[in-house]
Design a protein around this ligand. Structure first.
Ligand code: GYE
Length: 308
């Protein structure tokens, strides 16, 4: 294909690319939007995307990356399930001279030359912003039930750290129970049911802090079934700002969601193009930001999204 491309006058950068994408799974609405957005962006640019859904299992992701290497793709995108365990397969990609871009969650590796860059939000800041809203709203007095994301994922680790460091300044704000619900709606509901029972129905609980909207949406079901009003009797604080969560905010059942853009595909393909055009050094972290949505601005945002 290279000879042909040269013969018809295409440069290396405009030549049709094949990119492998090792995605976490489809555990949340945010994840689904992220996958759809990468696929749409690839289509728009004439990139052939090889997409793998790992169903939240790192071993499946590693297999997918090995198969991308065997197929000699032009570049690999990885959205890692957990942080550890990536070094060996990244070394294999590097030996095969296939550039890797990390999206969303991080990898814990000692050799940062193993990937070009990571495109992701700051999970600690997301946790801080959620905690800032809550401590302000409750004047620093609150008993919290926490639904953690996937154990060992940087989204859960970072959000936990940012939130906990912020509430540490408020002696009367404490997390009374904390458990993983794996970022899914079904688990969010199930774990919240158990927690509310263990707390005698939940009357002494002031807030639920969920590491993503999907678990928050499951939790509000459990709160309703316990005979309490989510958003009023128990405040609900979350991250992602997916459409369903904004609708729940408008309905008064979620109080706040910290936004995280799912549109990581465009910036990733830009990096790959720059690399192919000769750029070899990239900032190791391209930071994505987002807004904080509450009753004040959720409806407006939904209207804006619908008009796109
Ligand atoms: O918040 C959650 C998803 O890693 C940032 O994973 C991502 C998180 C996101 O399942 O909804």
């Amino acid at each position: 294909t290279l000879a042909l491309a040269t013969a018809i006058g295409l440069s290396a950068t405009t030549q049709a690319l094949t990119v492998g994408f090792a995605q976490v799974g489809s555990e949340s609405g945010w994840r689904t939007s992220f996958s759809e957005s990468v696929k749409a962006e690839a289509d728009k640019r004439g990139i052939t995307l090889k997409f793998s859904d790992a169903q939240q299992k790192q071993e499946n992701q590693i297999k997918a990356v090995r198969s991308f290497i065997a197929q000699r793709v032009d570049a690999i995108l990885i959205a890692p399930v957990v942080e550890t365990g990536w070094q060996p397969v990244l070394v294999e990609a590097k030996r095969a001279r296939i550039p890797v871009v990390i999206l969303d969650r991080n990898v814990a590796v000692s050799d940062h030359s193993l990937y070009l860059t990571r495109i992701a939000p700051d999970f600690e800041v997301e946790g801080q912003r959620a905690a800032n809203w809550l401590t302000e709203k409750t004047q620093g007095k609150c008993n919290i039930l926490e639904l953690q994301g996937t154990v060992g994922s940087s989204a859960a680790l970072g959000r936990m750290k940012g939130f906990n460091e912020t509430i540490a300044h408020f002696p009367d704000t404490k997390i009374v129970r904390s458990q993983t619900a794996e970022f899914t709606r079904a688990k969010g509901k199930e774990v919240m049911e158990t927690m509310l029972k263990a707390e005698g129905g939940g009357k002494s609980i002031c807030a639920i802090w969920a590491h993503n909207d999907e678990m928050a949406l499951g939790a509000i079901q459990a709160v309703k079934e316990a005979g309490l009003q989510p958003g009023k009797d128990i405040l609900v604080v979350s991250v992602d700002a997916v459409d369903d969560a904004l609708k729940a905010i408008v309905a008064g059942e979620i109080n706040v969601s910290v936004e995280l853009s799912p549109h990581l595909g465009g910036p990733a393909f830009d990096v790959i193009n720059e690399y192919r055009a000769g750029k070899k050094e990239f900032d190791k972290w391209i930071r994505m930001g987002g807004a904080v949505f509450t009753q004040e601005n959720a409806a407006q945002e939904l209207a804006k999204r619908a008009s796109k």
